[in-house]
Design a protein around this ligand. Sequence first.
Ligand code: SF4
Length: 645
Amino acid sequence: MATAYGGYMGKVLKVNLTTQQAEEYPFSDRDRELYIGGKMMAAKILSDHLRGNEKAFSDNNLLVITTGPLTGTGAPSSSRFNISTLSPLTGYVTSSNCGGNFGYYLKKAGLDGLILCGHSETPVWLELCNGQAVFHSADGLWGQKTEQTQAMLDDALRLPNGRVRKNGKICIGPAGEHQVLYSCVVSNERVAGRGGAGAVMGWMKLKAVCASGTQTVQVKEPERMITHNQKWFRYLRKHPLTGSQLPQLGTAGLVSAMQMKGILSTKNYSAGQYADFEQISGERLAEQYHIVNKGCLSCPIRCARTVEIDGKQVKGPELETLVLLGSGICNSNLEAILRWNYELDQLGMDTISCANTIAYAMEANEKGLWNNGLQFSNIEELSQLFEQIAHRQGIGDELAEGSKRLSEKYGGKDFAIHAKGMELAAYEPRKAVGLGLGYAVSNRGGCHLNGGYLVILEGLGLSINPTTYHGKADLTMMFQDLMEMISATGQCLFTSYAFFPSPLMTHPNSWYTRLANGVLPYSGPVVRLINKYPQIAHLHLPVFHHTKAFEYATGMKMPFGKYIRCGERGYNLERQINIRFGADASKDGLPKRLTATLQNAADPQSKVPLEKLKRVYYHARGWNRNGLPKKRLLKKLKIGVDDHD
Ligand code: SF4
């Protein structure tokens, strides 16, 4: 199905693993206008298919892999792709925005998206080339770890002259094959980590997908696009967050700031500070272990760290892994974390859910609820434990189910740190309550990014009052919608960091930064006004280059107000799907440790006032008190109305 818009290849392929048949999936230009690409395109496809009675491991589930209209256009940090599916971990829709080069090569193969359904009787891998799909046996690949799998796939794609055909690939490791509920999908060294998409691939018996081809992305206004991209690259390189902090320290650079703000999750989120934080800090990583920066295609930020394990240069840990396998389990051995990070990527497991599940198990053991032998600070046998989880052997078979299910079996729900069944990221939210709200209401569960990442205002970029509820709900909504759209266009969410004018970052004690910190909690009415009347923001913001790039690439008009409105549509559409699977206000929860226990006994505000925040958030969003979008909102967003209010 061709498209009148630039940036798209105009084709989505649906591949049935049971029949090994492929057909084009109709996705019209009207769909593109409303659902853009990436996770929103995937949500539209899932919404048209899922009725609410499907299971993640069934022929009725879909695995939807999509790109955005900026993927492969040369826009900064735009090589991304998205994977969405019904999550085996949460039972709701999950989505993962992943870097590497697979998104770029999916477009080279002539596709905006790939829909997978059914399951194969024997392991297979799928080759996509110039719009065609070919199945291959994966007998030799099954059981292999992710690095070896990708090396073997390169061998399979070797040309007669000995060179490997240029390609992008995704694959699963042993964890996905054994349907560990938090298995991830790996592409090069990048990971689509959250929600268990790897387990769904494993259930389908699909070991890998390789994409290659000779197609190129055509944009509507190539010259303006090039000039704009050059300006945007320069802007990102100059910005203190995207030009200095991320390239110099990676996301790991946040450890010290989190310690200072009391949001460094420690000992299974029982505290927000860790005495040995310097041992696991980004500064120590940079000084003693970092070798060179790496980046995804077309990315000026290049945030990835390279470290050495057993004489081999491999990807270093992100912040989440450092914290959750560090302070989260009372471990200050950084070298061990570097190794575990590599091992978990090799096995194809989400480091966040895995670490938090182990932390829960350690605490359950400490409290005498579950005699499992795991202890905080005792890290001797963690490598073996990861192998056991990935292969579902011994205690690993139980840990493969995640903390929610374990707490239902052994008790300790108050300290099983998840939202909707997905373990939380590394930020302890009692000293960043806006992020606490985001975790709770996030469509995919305990995710900082899908939750709106308000912590960037609550201490990691700006410093608004971290424990007030004022303004948090409205700002959370706006940031969620903004990031929904950035992700949908095929870009990395880190490009949004540069949204904050540089002087606010470089002069934290200046009058204007203090003014911004003071005013932002009271910006709720303005946010709601823009949300209600997006035409007020019929403009392009100088600090937000995304809207113009979108226009030059696609030819669609996309002022800032409309950009937010599109993101709002995406967020509500995923919510609507989740509601079919039982989501409502009662599921937007956090464990009592975070809502009922003070982090600091002397500070009565050091807990997440979740119910109060949710009330304001639902109202701002146009949802009813049970957390269901009202009909008039759905009509406004042009989302098909489900019969629930
Ligand atoms: S900022 Fe980091 S994760 Fe994002 S595209 Fe660049 S290298 Fe990849």
